[in-house]
Design a protein around this ligand. Structure first.
Ligand code: SAM
Length: 187
């Protein structure tokens, strides 16, 4: 769908911190990351979830990305102000979830909150997501973890993940068909 307009960006970014805290609370101990894990966040928006992941897990590498360069700069400003200075383990990059510029098995964890429908021309299409999910599997290490939230075409996404060899670890349904889930990549 490409970049959001300023109003869309403002709307998404203003709820980012609150949503991120709620997501981590809901995942609780279901999300386990060994020390020095390598973590990739896709479509990170303002980067609030990455900030919490850094504080909670101290990953060895945390790559905070978004397709929209303005969102990458917004995350950079927010994380730089929060950590002052930005920790050496944290990188910010403009990345399209459809073509990840990372080698195979680069991360123990990929996070994609409320962003996977954005790879489609329209929120409710399902043409591009299998490719984005295959890219996520490719960059995950064996038995790595994908954490995502989504509201659109969630049953198909679940089937695609299982066809790709993922195993569900945690799934919680919320209002209006929203799902927050953790899936483990094949070993
Ligand atoms: C609804 S926002 C969610 C932002 C953040 N994850 C949150 O929960 O607040 C979706 C984000 O995905 C980004 N995005 C859109 N298309 C993308 C793509 N193809 N690859 C990566 N990110 C994308 C948008 O720029 C936007 O920042």
């Amino acid at each position: 769908m490409g970049e959001m307009n300023r109003i869309g960006r403002w709307f998404v970014n203003s709820g980012n911190a609150r949503r991120s805290a709620r997501i981590l609370d809901t995942l609780g101990t279901a999300l386990q990351l060994p020390p020095s894990s390598r973590v990739l966040e896709l479509g990170a928006g303002r980067g609030g979830l990455s900030a919490l992941l850094y504080e909670r897990y101290r990953p060895g590498r945390l790559v905070v990305t978004d397709f929209d360069p303005a969102q990458v700069e917004s995350a950079r400003a927010s994380l730089s102000a929060r950590f002052a200075p930005l920790p050496a383990a944290v990188e910010l990059r403009q990345v399209d979830a459809m073509a990840l510029p990372f080698e195979d098995a680069s991360f123990e964890c990929v996070v994609a909150m409320a962003m996977l429908h954005h790879v489609e021309a329209h929120h409710f299409d399902y043409r591009n997501r299998p490719k984005a999910l295959a890219e996520i599997r490719r960059v995950l290490s064996p038995r790595g973890v994908l954490a995502f939230s989504e509201f659109s075409r969630t049953e198909e996404m679940r089937r695609t993940l299982i066809d790709l060899g993922f195993t569900p670890l945690f799934e919680k349904s919320g209002r209006r068909g929203r799902v927050l889930a953790l899936f483990r990549s094949p070993g």
